[in-house]
Design a binder for this molecule. Structure first.
Ligand SMILES: *Cc1c(COP(=O)(O)O)cnc(C)c1O
Length: 421
């Protein structure tokens, strides 16, 4: 069985646990930075290329600050996420708001920050104009319908709730132009956790064709094409990461054929990836709390679905390493569980592992995106800490664990004494 890389030894993690009890998430700063640089380098041919980190994937200001230093912007999906990036000093076109079913207050917050607003629907043009006023730059989200196959998490584009239809988006550019909008972008995102690199080249082709058509039919020259998020990561050891150099080369060829030849350059290429930026470089570290044998064998952890929901919610695979037992034969079959009163609170079902014992340290891989962020408080479970493994080997706590006081902060127990029942 192929093992996956872990940036710390068992001894190192035992030291970390002395200061920070399990469970916790820990992120590898060095690997995040190297990955960010590789991504930027792959697209350096495109003047103005920018990756807007999808903040929802890992909304921790320390990570966003590191990525900003590497030249990334922020893709926000809510007012709170806009506030988060504002608090680290971000503003203007280093922020994109891509949201749907958007409240006016969110549009207002984005406009005040000077962020790029990405509209999800044609009716939002009027809504934005009436409630907030139109900014000089606007992007619109394209839903290609049956022109493009979706994938499992988002589903078929026609079924998805996102974006403008083809005819709506052409009309949208005409309307916005007539209302004095100066700068335009186009966005699409029709897949999530996609590992086929050609998929992203095809998405670029779809957008480039649209850009040519919009220029012909609406007389609008588009300044940037946002290819969205959705680049997958190899959760399983046998899977292969998306080769971004290959994706970039494919997009460059199409750029020359469709954008440059039609006199539509320069066009900036944007992405708003989350998972592929931090996902593989975050680990959920937990300890085995109970071993149980009934009709099956269970390894019960001190973490639960509250710390990482993907396996319970989507049946997603997350690789599990039992520290110090990497080289033992994986000849035992376990359900690896958390403690929620929900039978789907399992990190793995029928997983072959070495013999697991009470107290073993278990590392759950690829928890660096859509991991801690998706956590919730069901069953009165508290969210765990987030730690950062710095490049110099030091460990910094970048989010403390929740306390009982946090959990009760929205309740007024004092009011109970005057509450007649
Ligand atoms: C969730 C989301 C992303 C990030 O997706 P990843 O799979 O983490 O790359 C980007 N853009 C939009 C609009 C999203 O909803």
């Amino acid at each position: 069985m192929a093992e996956k890389y872990i940036p710390f030894s068992k001894e190192e993690v035992e030291k970390i646990i002395e200061n920070y009890p399990t469970p916790f998430h820990i992120y590898d700063e060095k690997a995040i930075r190297e990955n960010a640089r590789g991504f930027k380098k792959a697209f350096e041919w495109n003047d103005g290329f920018k990756e807007y980190f999808a903040v929802k994937a890992t909304p921790n200001p320390y990570l966003v600050k590191i990525l900003r230093e590497e030249g990334f912007g922020a893709d926000c999906s809510s007012e709170v996420e806009l506030d988060l990036v504002k608090r680290i000093g971000m503003s203007g076109e280093e922020i994109i708001l891509t949201s749907n079913d958007t409240p006016a207050s969110e549009f207002r917050a984005a406009k005040e920050l000077g962020a790029i607003i990405n509209l999800d629907d044609i009716s939002h043009i009027e809504y934005l104009e009436k409630n907030v006023g139109l900014p000089e730059t606007i992007c619109m989200r394209y839903n290609p319908g049956d022109l493009k196959q979706g994938n499992l998490i988002i589903g078929h584009p026609e079924e998805a709730k996102y974006g403008f239809t083809h005819d709506q988006i052409i009309k949208g550019y005409r309307i916005l132009k007539s209302k004095g909008v100066k700068k335009f972008g186009v966005h699409t995102m029709v897949a999530s956790n996609e590992l086929d690199p050609d998929y992203f080249i095809e998405t670029a082709e779809l957008l480039f064709n649209l850009i040519v058509e919009v220029n012909e039919k609406a007389g609008v020259k588009i300044s940037f094409a946002n290819l969205g998020g959705g680049v997958g990561i190899p959760y399983k050891p046998e899977e292969k990461a998306v080769d971004l150099e290959y994706v970039s080369a494919g997009i460059k060829k199409l750029y020359e054929e469709k954008i440059e030849k039609n006199g539509l350059a320069p066009l900036k290429i944007f992405f708003e990836l989350g998972r592929a930026i931090t996902g593989p470089y975050g680990y959920l570290v937990s300890k085995v709390l109970h071993m149980k044998k009934t009709y099956k064998q269970f390894a019960g952890l001190d973490a639960s679905m509250v710390n990482l929901m993907r396996p319970g919610m989507y049946g997603a695979y997350h690789h599990i390493t039992v520290l110090g037992k990497e080289n033992e034969s994986h000849d035992q079959k376990y359900d690896v569980t958390g403690s929620l009163c929900e039978n789907n609170d399992k990190f793995a079902i029928d997983r072959m592992l070495p013999e697991v014992e009470y107290g073993d340290i278990v590392v759950i891989h690829d928890a660096g995106a859509h991991g801690h962020a998706m956590g919730f408080n069901y069953n009165g479970k508290l969210k765990s800490a987030e730690l950062l493994l710095r490049e110099n080997g030091e460990v910094k706590q970048i989010r403390r664990p929740e306390t009982v006081e946090d959990y009760f902060a929205t309740l007024d127990f004092g009011g109970l004494k005057d509450f007649e029942v």
